[in-house]
Design a protein around this ligand. Structure first.
Ligand code: 5GP
Length: 116
């Protein structure tokens, strides 16, 4: 059984964090350390530690994450200029929180995709 992270506490609002979106499958809130003018995290309510742990049963949830990203990008007013969706996996991917999350970043030009 995977160990819960701070994100589970945010989902349950045990750590009060303003939520931009929540339904039965996913939750979204602003990143505490924004890397661009808009930086939102979209996460499954269910604890899935890494992208490697996604199963076929999670396909509805993963699809919902994209639908919510699209909706929030529009609400942020960044959909037309564009944005980037990022999911980091494990050490080489730079994952810090082991509860999968989609970064929605935009609001300004983001430059090239990778800086290694
Ligand atoms: P990762 O590197 O795992 O892909 O990204 C984790 C992200 O979670 C980081 O961008 C970090 O700033 C964000 N983060 C970590 N702890 C918290 C928190 O307690 N609240 C919020 N809103 N974001 C967090």
């Amino acid at each position: 059984m995977a160990e819960e992270t701070i994100f589970s506490k945010i989902i349950r609002q045990e750590i009060p964090t303003p939520l931009l979106y929540q339904d039965d499958l996913v939750t979204a809130f602003r990143d505490i350390s924004p890397q661009a003018k808009s930086h939102i995290l979209i996460i499954p309510n269910k604890l899935i530690p890494t992208v490697n742990d996604i199963t076929e049963d999670d396909e509805l949830t993963i699809g919902r994450m994209f639908s919510v990203a699209r909706k929030l990008a529009k609400e942020e007013g960044i959909n037309e200029d564009g944005y980037r969706l990022i999911m980091n996996c494990n050490k080489h991917g730079g994952q810090e929180v082991y509860h999968i999350h989609m970064h929605l970043v935009g609001g300004e030009p983001l430059g090239k995709m990778l800086s290694i």
